[in-house]
Design a protein around this ligand. Sequence first.
Ligand SMILES: NC(=O)C1=CN([C@@H]2O[C@H](COP(=O)(O)OP(=O)(O)OC[C@H]3O[C@@H](n4cnc5c(N)ncnc54)[C@H](OP(=O)(O)O)[C@@H]3O)[C@@H](O)[C@H]2O)C=CC1
Ligand SMILES: CC(=O)N[C@@H](CCC(=O)OP(=O)(O)O)C(=O)O
Length: 342
Amino acid sequence: MIKVGVVGGTGYTGVELLRLLCCHAEAEVVTITSRGDAGTAVADMFPSLRGRVDLDFVAPADADLERCDVVFFATPNGIAMQQAAGLVAAGVRVIDLAADFRIRDVALWEKWYGMQHAAPDLVAEAVYGLPELNREAIRGARLVANPGCYPTAVQLGFLPLIEAGVIDPSALIADAASGASGAGRKAEVRTLLAEASDSFQAYGASGHRHLPEISQGLSGMAGARVGLTFVPHLLPMVRGIHATLYGRITREADFQALFEQRFADEPFVDVMPPGRHPETRSVRASNLCRIAIHRPQDGDVVVVLAVIDNLVKGAAGQAVQNMNIMFGLDEREGLDGVPVSP
Ligand SMILES: NC(=O)C1=CN([C@@H]2O[C@H](COP(=O)(O)OP(=O)(O)OC[C@H]3O[C@@H](n4cnc5c(N)ncnc54)[C@H](OP(=O)(O)O)[C@@H]3O)[C@@H](O)[C@H]2O)C=CC1
Ligand SMILES: CC(=O)N[C@@H](CCC(=O)OP(=O)(O)O)C(=O)O
């Protein structure tokens, strides 16, 4: 069994990791941390895990992470970078759900994240954990930077079009909306029920920290710097991301066939038949990204609709998928649950 440690077990992605890993045939969570709730039984805090997880939270300082085979950091930005070097040196593989190792340009990361990087030398070694793009590199990685939630949906939606060179990479538009769990479990006024429900609002329109991450990924696919307008929105729901992506066509192609062929062997990308509109609830609690392709009025714009569950394919599920690849397991292990609908 793969021995797993989770740092940051009381948050939304931490508990989602536990939900997925408790059904995993080859992995066992052996330690899980919380600063404020050390000593509390996991199943007392999360009754959904009663009978499934028989562990107490331990303080991060008391967690013996070095006895693990892999450690997931489900912590805010800036935590994993303080511990990753020691763990990697001890032979422990690390998967960071936060953004510490996602951006290769350390100065750019420091600008967007407003802090000094504690492990700049490790950034070059980290592998960006989007399996549909980087599967081979993930296999041998000691340190995986799990992608952000919006970046997962936006990159998967643009991937076939950019790789095939059929849209103008200098004029990409991504309109995306997320449920409130994307903001994490910590108390915040904007995600209170009375603030977020029955309303719909964009945020970060002038610049969101996922912009450099998405631009970096799309530029890698294009082989040149892309121009991207990215506008996130907060949706009055709990889970899910819906991304609407626009690309100006520069070369004719059968776009539906392009997507079907590119993702034919991908276990977690579902290309819907022509004319469909994917719903976020059709992927709820699953590791799927569901995609539909449109060409309104046969014009010169291709519109891609991509939905994921931000906590699963956008975070914990993708992290488990990466673990499966790193340890040579079936990529679908622990992740083949059917989405919850309605
Ligand atoms: N929510 C989402 O949809 C997504 C989140 N992410 C990223 O995943 C990470 C976790 O997100 P999420 O679960 O939503 O966040 P939460 O705010 O829900 O949880 C954060 C967790 O980190 C722990 N923590 C906080 N500060 C520290 C610290 N200094 N040292 C150790 N542990 C700490 C908290 O536990 P305690 O306070 O008890 O120690 C808590 O368990 C973030 O970096 C986020 O950006 C990525 C993709 C999607
Ligand atoms: C609704 C909401 O607030 N969403 C978060 C999503 C960010 C997130 O989850 O962080 P990662 O960078 O680790 O993906 C936000 O926009 O800040």
